[in-house]
Design a protein around this ligand. Structure first.
Ligand SMILES: NC(=O)c1ccc[n+]([C@@H]2O[C@H](COP(=O)([O-])OP(=O)(O)OC[C@H]3O[C@@H](n4cnc5c(N)ncnc54)[C@H](O)[C@@H]3O)[C@@H](O)[C@H]2O)c1
Length: 334
C-alpha cells in the first residue's frame, strides 16, 4: 500500500512512517518543519517539505495514495490561548485541506490523530469515548472541529475516517528543545543541563503517559481494520496515573539529579485531571501496555543524552501578550 503521512518529521509521524516501512508499505509524507526534526524522517521514506494547508500541493502529493495518517498539527495546548491563530491554522485549515485533497484523489481512508484535549474537563476520569466532548482551549476546540469536519465530509463522499486519540506520549524523537510543549522532554533536557525543572501550579495535575511504541502497535491497525471506521478510539494506558510533581521526581531519580523544582503560576485553562480509558482500544485493537513509565522515560533520557541536551528555541510567535501570558515564555526561563 501507498501510505502518506502529514507531519512525517514529527514525533508520532516519524514512528508511524518507520512502522509502515517495516511492514513493507511505500511511505511518503510532508512536513513544514514548524515542529519535529528533519532527521526524524526515515531514509526510505519520500519526504516533501510542504505545508499541508496548501490545496494544490496536497492534490499533487496525494495522487495514487491509499491511506493517509494525518498527524500534522501545532499541538500546543497551553500556548493555544495565547497564539490561537497559529494553532487553529495548523489544525483546522490543514485538516480541511487534507480532507478536500484526499476526497478529490479518491483516497480510501484517513486516520486522523485527534487529542484528549477534545474531552476538556469531565466529571469522571478516565475519559471514555462516549462522553460528550467539552474542549476548553483553542487547541482542543480545533481538534474537535477537525473531527467534525472529517465526519461531515465522509458522510457525503464516503471516505473512511478513524479518529485516534493518543495522549501524553513520550519516547525518542520527541522535540525536547521546545519550551511550549512536551513536559517530560522539557524536564529531562533541563535536568541534563543541571537546571531545576519548572512546574506550573502546584504540580498535582494528574496525567497518564504512554510510551510511543505501545501506541504505534495500535495506530498501525487503524489503517486496515474495517471495524474501526467512524470510530473515536483512545490510544494509551489507563494505569500508572502520575502527578507532574511525581513525574519530576521519577526523572530526577533516573538521572540521579537533586530535585528542587521552580513553581510558577498555573497556566490558564489547564485541565487538572486528564486520563483516558483504554477499554475500547483493548477490545478492538488488543491494546496492551508493554512499557512501564520508568522504562519509557529511560528511553527518552538515553535519546536526549545521545544527542546532547539543547538550549530551548522560542520559535513560535506569542500573539497575545498581556498579564496572563506565562512569564516562563516572555522571560525565556526555560
Ligand atoms: N504527542 C502527544 O502526546 C499527542 C497526544 C495527543 C495527540 N497528539 C496528536 O498527534 C499528532 C502528532 O503529534 P506529535 O506529538 O507527533 O507532534 P509533533 O509536533 O512532533 O509533530 C507534528 C508535525 O507536524 C508538522 N506540521 C505542523 N503544521 C504543519 C503544516 N501546516 N504542514 C505540514 N506539517 C506541519 C510539524 O512540523 C511536526 O513535525 C498531532 O495531531 C497531535 O495533536 C499527540
Amino acid at each position: 500500500m501507498k501510505i502518506f503521512i502529514t507531519g512525517i518529521a514529527g514525533f508520532l509521524g516519524s514512528h508511524i512512517a518507520e512502522a509502515m516501512l517495516n511492514e513493507g508499505h511505500e511511505v511518503l509524507g510532508c512536513d513544514n518543519l514548524i515542529g519535529g526534526y528533519l532527521e526524524n524522517v526515515p531514509d526510505e521514506a519520500t519526504f516533501y517539505q510542504i505545508d499541508a494547508k496548501y490545496l494544490n500541493s496536497m492534490n499533487k502529493l496525494l495522487k495514487d495514495v491509499d491511506i493517509i495518517y494525518h498527524t500534522a498539527c501545532t499541538a500546543y495546548e497551553g500556548l493555544s490561548v495565547f497564539s490561537p491563530h497559529l494553532i487553529v491554522q495548523n489544525t483546522v485549515l490543514t485538516t480541511t485541506t487534507v480532507a478536500s485533497a484526499a476526497i478529490s484523489q479518491g483516497i480510501k481512508r484517513i486516520v486522523n490523530c485527534s487529542s484528549m484535549a477534545r474531552y476538556g474537563t469531565q466529571e469522571k476520569i478516565p475519559f471514555t469515548e462516549d462522553m460528550i466532548p467539552a474542549p476548553q482551549d483553542p487547541y482542543g476546540i480545533s481538534k474537535l472541529s477537525a473531527e467534525h469536519l472529517l465526519n461531515c465530509l465522509s458522510q457525503v463522499h464516503n471516505i473512511e475516517i478513524v479518529h485516534a486519540v493518543p495522549h501524553n506520549i513520550i519516547g525518542p524523537r520527541q522535540k525536547y528543545d521546545d519550551p511550549f510543549r512536551n513536559v517530560a522532554s522539557i524536564m529531562i533536557n533541563m535536568m541534563l543541563q543541571g537546571r531545576q525543572p519548572i512546574i506550573y501550579g502546584d504540580g498535582n495535575q494528574k496525567r497518564c503517559f504512554s510510551f510511543v511504541q505501545d501506541d504505534i502497535d495500535c495506530l498501525k491497525k487503524l489503517a486496515f481494520l474495517p471495524e474501526v471506521v467512524g470510530e473515536v478510539i483512545n490510544i494509551g494506558p489507563d494505569d500508572e496515573f502520575i502527578t507532574i510533581n511525581e513525574l519530576a521526581e521519577t526523572i530526577a531519580d533516573l538521572i540521579n539529579f537533586k530535585l528542587n523544582p521552580v513553581y510558577m503560576p498555573d497556566r490558564p485553562q489547564e485541565v487538572k485531571m486528564a486520563t483516558c480509558s483504554a477499554d475500547k482500544a483493548r477490545k478492538i485493537l488488543g491494546y496492551e501496555t508493554k512499557y512501564t513509565l520508568r522504562q519509557g522515560l529511560q528511553e527518552m533520557i538515553n535519546y536526549i543524552q545521545k544527542r546532547g541536551p539543547k538550549k530551548f528555541r522560542y520559535h513560535l510567535d506569542i500573539e497575545i501578550v498581556n498579564d496572563k501570558t506565562p512569564k516562563t515564555w516572555l522571560n525565556k526561563m526555560f
